[in-house]
Design a protein around this ligand. Structure first.
Ligand SMILES: NC(=O)c1ccc[n+]([C@@H]2O[C@H](COP(=O)([O-])OP(=O)(O)OC[C@H]3O[C@@H](n4cnc5c(N)ncnc54)[C@H](OP(=O)(O)O)[C@@H]3O)[C@@H](O)[C@H]2O)c1
Length: 345
């Protein structure tokens, strides 16, 4: 872990380990969700080229979930995964139940029978006989954590899954789960805009040797400077329209918070997004944590830009400039925060 976030002398992307027993992966992964879900129409040829370009650049961790497009995202990446099965680390998730009739409606299930049904669906759609990293996507507090992690551990014993992960859990939940079966990675939102995880789950992961996989490290695109008037710029069916941070008033206030990010980027000849990605690598180092952010993109040129950020190490002074931003962000991460770990901290 000494080279976390750095490129080696050979110019190959550095690696980070997923937990004490998990595989080594490139220090930046790829979020595949937007290829089939949440962020509007996709150019599928460009998205396929993005998957291939990422691999060429040293990205090995590919992130999807069964609920992204009701299974369509798993199906979309399946040919790529099959073509490169030995070279990629495949992560998918169970636990969020969508309603086809009402896209705003979500439920959470963590019971053993449901998990066993989900894993078979994911394996089938992905066209593989094993999932490298299987996450519980959200916690259902009505099911004992021991039942959920116990059922996930059964899948490891049966060879259907290699390693376990948890998304949007609290520090105590992570520790309790890790006592049932080693957890390789915790995946939650972590970025210049969203730092609540630094209070409990990040230190717990560091203590237990669990890797952190920050999702939405670009603030769902906001940190690239792409949004000034988000309500005008987002498509009608873009999920970000439901997010308080992206409503007209909040987005304008949040866009103004990007000035220090822009200043650091300009001084380095980098993009705002690259500074955001370098920030999460640098913060993880402060916490003594193995980290693999999974920025999402559907464009090869952007995966080039994003992976190049692994060559940037921010200085103390730059960190200090970016430090106050998160505390000033207006609007929650989701419209319904009860759906996250926040209500249980
Ligand atoms: N566990 C969870 O609950 C959870 C929740 C959300 C996401 N995730 C995972 O995390 C991954 C990443 O999160 P995310 O996609 O929500 O957010 P993100 O990575 O913060 O941002 C993605 C957005 O930024 C844009 N973008 C990416 N690179 C860019 C660049 N260099 N310049 C300008 N714009 C750029 C993308 O557009 P284009 O695609 O058009 O390039 C997309 O709109 C997802 O794909 C998913 O796998 C997990």
């Amino acid at each position: 872990m000494s080279d976390m976030g750095e490129m080696s002398d050979m110019g190959v992307m550095a690696k980070a380990r997923l937990g004490t027993e998990g595989p080594e992966v490139g220090v930046q992964g790829l979020g595949c969700m937007g290829m089939s879900f949440a962020y509007g129409p996709t150019d599928e040829d460009a998205a396929r080229a993005t998957l291939e370009r990422a691999l060429e650049l040293g990205v090995t961790l590919y992130d999807t979930a069964d609920m992204y497009g009701f299974g369509e995202n798993e199906k979309f990446i399946a040919p790529f995964i099959q073509a490169h099965r030995e070279d990629v680390v495949l992560a998918t998730k169970f636990g969020i139940v969508l309603d086809r009739d009402d896209p705003t409606k979500r439920a959470v299930r963590n019971d053993r029978a449901y998990i066993r049904q989900c894993v078979e669906g994911s394996l089938r759609r992905l066209g593989t006989d094993v999932i490298d990293l299987y996450y519980m996507h959200r916690r259902d507090v009505n099911v004992p954590l021991e039942e959920t992690v116990g059922a996930m551990a059964e899948l490891v014993a049966e060879g259907k899954v290699k390693h376990l992960g948890l998304s949007e859990v609290t520090g105590p939940e992570l520790a309790a789960a890790h006592a049932v079966h080693p957890i390789a990675a915790v995946q939650s939102e972590w970025s210049v805009f969203s730092r609540d995880v630094e209070a409990a789950v990040v230190p717990t992961a560091a203590r237990l040797g669990v890797a952190f996989v920050p999702y939405s490290p670009l603030g769902r695109g906001f940190l690239t400077g792409a949004f000034v008037n988000a309500s005008a710029e987002l498509g009608a069916d873009d999920f970000r329209r439901t997010m308080p941070r992206f409503n007209e008033e909040n987005a304008a206030a949040n866009a103004a918070l990007l000035e220090p990010v822009r200043a650091v980027a300009e001084a380095r000849g980098a993009s705002l997004g690259q500074i955001a990605l370098a920030w999460v690598q640098r913060r993880a180092r402060e916490h003594g944590l193995s980290v693999v952010p999974i920025p999402g993109t559907r464009k090869p040129s952007r995966v080039e830009e994003n992976t190049a950020a692994t060559r940037i190490t921010l200085t103390e002074d730059e960190l200090a400039l970016l430090e106050p931003i998160a505390g000033k962000v207006v609007g929650g991460r989701y419209a319904d925060m009860a759906f996250t770990s926040a209500g249980r901290e």
